[in-house]
Design a protein around this ligand. Structure first.
Ligand SMILES: NC(=O)c1ccc[n+]([C@@H]2O[C@H](COP(=O)([O-])OP(=O)(O)OC[C@H]3O[C@@H](n4cnc5c(N)ncnc54)[C@H](O)[C@@H]3O)[C@@H](O)[C@H]2O)c1
Length: 261
């Protein structure tokens, strides 16, 4: 594998699991030092150790992306260790879903807090560092649900559409400083999150989790769900020199599903 990020520093929120974890593994494979930032400290440290075993430096940092002091502390820790942050991936997120008349305000607020405010805070502290550096890439993980909408996902879709609007604005704030900001919009990707959705939504429809996952695969022109590493490859491209003129975009990686909507 090429080593495009040797000596660079990558901070990943939600890095303990799923798409964020796949990004940590990919950037470590390509030589970057990694800050694995997550609510789940033990899992974050385990992924950091996996990265160190690949020969790079890595730290696990406990952080709640909804808490400004906590996000600031994670960036401060990365700066203290390495003195720079080249790429930030905002992957921390949750999925919630119910028909809109059944969504409690606290559920709405939680989804917006983690999925949108968490990305805002992550971008805010990344921007402060990258503006001074006059270089950097921010990659926010939105969703195909931010582009097309499905029933019973008002709070999730609302938060993920918000991430796309936020990304476009942040990109313009940072473009004069040589910093890019893009979003990716994954389709269904085989992570703990999607398996939990399969279990809960599937059971509401009288289906097993596997039947629900198969139904989602059948909806997709590629007839399968994505693997987390397939998201990480595009994230790495967005952090690389090959995409320096690419900013303010929301790149849909969904095996073609949105084309059928
Ligand atoms: N899996 C999919 O099908 C899919 C599709 C589209 C978009 N996404 C988005 O991709 C991102 C990653 O999802 P995933 O599938 O890898 O999920 P996941 O549940 O496997 O991982 C999410 C990670 O975020 C962390 N996290 C949650 N709340 C946090 C908080 N307040 N502070 C810090 N960390 C927190 C979790 O601990 C976990 O490690 C999310 O933003 C999700 O909405 C996922």
């Amino acid at each position: 594998m090429q080593k495009r990020f040797e000596g660079q520093v990558v901070l990943i929120t939600g890095g303990a699991r799923g798409i964020g974890m796949a990004c940590a593994q990919r950037f470590a494979d390509e030589g970057a030092n990694i800050a694995v930032v997550d609510l789940l400290m033990d899992e974050a440290e385990a992924i950091a150790k996996e990265c160190r075993d690949k020969g790079v430096e890595a730290i696990g940092l406990k952080c709640d992306v909804t808490d400004e002091d906590s996000v600031k502390a994670a960036f401060d820790a990365a700066m203290e260790k390495w003195g720079r942050v080249d790429t930030v991936v905002a992957s921390a997120g949750i999925h919630t879903g119910a028909p809109v008349d059944q969504v409690e305000l606290k559920t709405w607020k939680k989804a917006i807090d983690i999925n949108l405010t968490g990305v805002f805070l992550t971008n805010k502290y990344a921007a402060a560092i990258m503006k001074k550096q006059k270089s950097g890439s921010i990659i926010n993980i939105s969703s195909m649900a931010g582009v097309i909408s499905f029933p019973a996902t008002s709070e999730y879709s609302g938060s993920k559409s918000g991430v796309i609007g936020l990304t476009r604005s942040v990109a313009q704030d940072l473009a004069p400083f040589g910093v890019t900001c893009n979003a990716i919009c994954p389709g269904n990707t085989l992570t703990a999150m999607v398996k939990e959705v399969a279990r809960t939504v599937g059971s509401g429809l009288g289906m097993t989790a596997d039947e629900w996952l198969q139904m989602r695969a059948n909806d997709c022109p590629m007839k399968r769900l994505a693997e987390p590493w397939e998201m990480a490859g595009v994230v790495a491209f967005l952090a690389s020199q090959d995409s320096r003129y690419l900013t303010a975009q929301a790149i849909v990686i969904d095996g073609g599903i949105t084309a059928t909507a």
